[in-house]
Design a protein around this ligand. Sequence first.
Ligand code: AMP
Length: 198
Amino acid sequence: MRLLLIGPPGSGKGTQAVRIAEHYGLEHISSGDLLRRHVADGTSIGRAVEQCINQGDLVPDGIVMDILRKPVEAASKRAGYVLDGFPRTVEQAEAAYLVAKSLGASVRIALHLTVSREELIRRLLARGRQAGRTDDTEEVINHRLQVFNESTSPLLDYYARRETLVSVDGDRPVQEVTCSAIAQLDQLCQQFDAGRHR
Ligand code: AMP
């Protein structure tokens, strides 16, 4: 299975990606984690993206595609992956579609986590206090939410038109969100299987 997690910052993508990946035996690949690792290691990629991340802007597509290619190819040879934080734009989704096709892609499902704006801000400010992420400050949070609304939310239409969009209410306890996501994913996979055998 190839699963894409789409949701605004603070919607629980990272938390749910780990849990869903574990349930289905998939690799969890987070573009944000990979980028932050480059920053922490002081690589040339890290130096190139640090300012974008700290300001809450999107990193250029070419860099993101470069760092994801290897882990995505490796996971594709195994059971598949849960991509967390990618794609973030329709352009990235189109590029990702071509890469997946060249790898002989199986079903790709986009899972959308919905959470109210007030709850997102509450969670992100709490994370900023606890984990000290440089982009979890009030000003940058507002900008990241705006970037999500402008650049990432058009993806929801993009995947809905391809009939592979599942929406889950992420404004609930972690375990409830995971159970609901897995129930919907199982149902969608059954529909795909039935369609294939028709
Ligand atoms: P995240 O951990 O997913 O919240 O991502 C943290 C930051 O990393 C984002 O605000 C962007 O600056 C950058 N980033 C992560 N994924 C992407 C992506 N797919 N495209 C562009 N920038 C990204």
